[in-house]
Ligand binder design. Structure first.
Ligand code: ADP
Ligand code: MG
Length: 382
């Protein structure tokens, strides 16, 4: 009998196929939104599975019926890089074969000069150049008008996914947002899915009246993966290597990670590594895995901790010690955590939000790095 010797728990990159746990309802919701040509803002904390989810959804559409352009805005920092990222994604989605990349690129984007080079894996990829002589406004108009033109001309559905959308806040000026607003309103035949990691930024962009994209579409908060879905997922992966884990201990994993997909995979990975083939995971092994993980991060967490102001530390200790969501500005919490006053709590919150140490969650806050939360509980609480 062959046993799987490669650790089946992946954390970090996009997960697909066998490594992708559930999200059945979310997949159906997004696929439906795309078929309906909706404009939807999908947001969650970092590493919650937005990219993996949307990739899985796009993979479910046939290239013959639907043009799916996936644009990763993470590396973009100005209008020019936005334009080239859009042009590249649309060209890739429209090419029937890699041999046609150049031809497709040229026919779609007259303002930009496409070139085809080999990527690291030796696969041809198309890139667009914006030179100092390129006039950015017409180029921007062109890439943003193209999806609707494709939908009209080719009688296919078109979906544009803009991942890490909050990057547009870095561009200086809100021209991209303004143009997107009019595009969104006029392109009835095109679905737009915006993904954003920083909940507070996305919320600022879409819930603030002063911003161009205020209420420009629906919003879809992506939650954690429920324990009932992790149970078979984790159990089967241990079983595949002849290892056994009880439902109780899977529950403990989910409890520690609060169902956060990245940390759940990470902790499962560490635990799987410690468990010998043929063995059963014990409570001791579970504690050992946690201890090891926190020990590995200890230096980084200590450095982070030392960089925080006293009230920020108090605030973190306060929210790390409560199981249920706290009311951070209520007198009760302020007194228990020793913050002195609600305005001190507010200042700590603002600073911690700004540094992404905490995030908003249902009217309260949580520590985004789930292992840091455990570290605070263990190392900083009495
Ligand atoms: N559906 C899923 N099933 C299992 N693990 C997942 C799932 N979604 C996300 N993950 C875990 O979270 C990590 C980050 O996923 P990713 O899609 O990159 O998140 P995001 O785009 O929100 O930052 C993955 O490497 C994986 O460990
Ligand atoms: Mg992502």
């Amino acid at each position: 009998m062959t046993r799987n010797r490669i650790n089946p728990f992946e954390y970090g990159g996009v997960v697909a196929g066998d490594s992708f746990c559930n999200r059945a309802r979310e997949k159906a919701d997004l696929a439906q939104a795309i078929r309906n040509h909706e404009k939807l803002f999908v947001f969650s904390e970092r590493r919650f599975g937005k990219t993996s989810l949307v990739r899985a959804v796009l993979a479910g559409f046939s290239k013959r019926t639907t043009v799916c352009a996936y644009v990763d805005l993470w590396p973009t920092d100005n209008e020019a890089t936005f334009v080239t990222a859009m042009a590249k994604a649309i060209t890739q989605a429209m090419s029937s074969s890699v041999g046609k990349l150049l031809e497709t690129g040229k026919s779609l984007f007259s303002n930009l000069a496409p070139s085809v080079t080999l990527d690291e894996g030796g696969k041809p990829e198309v890139n667009f150049g914006v030179s100092r002589h390129t006039r950015i406004v017409p180029a921007l108009d062109e890439v943003l008008e193209t999806p609707a033109k494709i939908a009209a001309k080719h009688d296919r559905d078109v979906v544009i996914v803009l991942d890490e959308f909050q990057q547009v806040l870095e561009y200086g000026g809100d021209r991209v947002e303004k143009k997107l607003r009019s595009v969104i309103q006029n392109h009835r035949e095109v679905a737009y899915i915006f993904l954003g990691s920083r909940k507070h930024l996305i919320q600022k962009m879409f819930m603030d009246r002063a911003r161009p994209l205020y209420r420009a579409g629906g919003h879809y908060p992506l939650g954690p993966i429920a324990e009932e879905h992790w149970i078979p997922f984790i159990r089967e992966r241990f079983a595949g290597a002849g290892k056994k884990i009880s439902q109780g201990l899977i529950h403990s994993i989910c409890e520690q990670t609060q169902g956060h997909p990245f940390y759940t995979q990470h902790l499962s990975h560490a635990l799987w590594e410690l468990c010998e083939p043929g063995a059963t995971v014990t409570e001791e092994l579970f504690k050992e895995a946690l201890r090891l993980l926190l020990q590995r991060e200890n230096y980084a967490y200590s450095t982070l901790w030392e960089s925080l102001a006293m009230n920020q530390r108090k605030f973190l200790k306060g929210i790390a010690s409560e199981a249920a969501p706290v009311k951070p500005f209520a007198g009760e919490f302020v007194r228990r955590s020793g913050l002195g006053s609600p305005s001190n709590a507010q200042r700590a919150v603002d600073a911690l939000l700004d540094r992404d140490v905490i995030d908003r969650e249902n009217g309260s806050f949580l520590i985004t790095d789930r292992f840091f939360r455990l570290w605070v509980q263990r190392v900083q609480l009495p």
